[in-house]
Design a protein around this ligand. Structure first.
Ligand code: FES
Ligand code: FES
Length: 159
């Protein structure tokens, strides 16, 4: 049996017909064509699939799409501005080389966007704690931590 759901994804109402056990990650990628959300472990460990659900980071591979009917979802495709200009967090990751292969990056960008909304000037320890649910096989994390601090600076300059 399939269920009709409506999600507001990156500011646009989107409908999908999904079976009860359809993962939000699969719904975003396969039903809605938003392949920017990556899927790594598919059991809640790596954080690659992190999206914002009503502004809070969640692992979309652990979320059934039917359970978030009516919710607002932000994926990595929704972080840039309306003209495609990169967000402060995206610019900071590029500037500080906070990515290599990029597989983990959509999840980090969503996590860090939420982190800096909650805590606009995190300490090193708070950054490490804040990104502890996202795994990166490439960077060694140093440049990601730098990127978070740089994003905090850019956001402070913008406000
Ligand atoms: S794919 Fe969701 S946590 Fe790894
Ligand atoms: S940049 Fe390759 S896994 Fe993070």
């Amino acid at each position: 049996m399939e269920h009709e759901i409506t999600l507001v994804v990156n500011g646009t109402a989107r409908r999908a017909r999904v079976p009860a056990r359809r993962l939000l990650s699969d719904c975003l990628r396969h039903d809605l064509g938003l392949t920017g959300t990556h899927v790594g472990c598919e059991h809640g460990v790596c954080g690659c699939c992190t999206v914002l659900l009503d502004g809070r980071p969640v692992r979309s591979c652990l979320t059934f799409a039917v359970t978030v009917d009516g919710a607002e979802i932000t994926t990595v495709e929704g972080l840039a501005g309306p003209g495609g200009e990169l967000s402060a967090v995206q610019r900071a990751f590029a500037e500080c080389h906070g990515l290599q292969c990029g597989f983990c990056t959509p999840g980090f960008l969503c996590t860090v966007t939420a982190l800096l909304r909650e805590n606009p000037a995190p300490t090193d320890d708070e950054v490490v704690e804040g990104i502890s649910g996202n795994l990166c096989r490439c960077t060694g994390y140093q440049n990601i931590v730098k990127a978070v601090h740089r994003a905090a600076e850019l956001l402070a300059e913008e406000s």
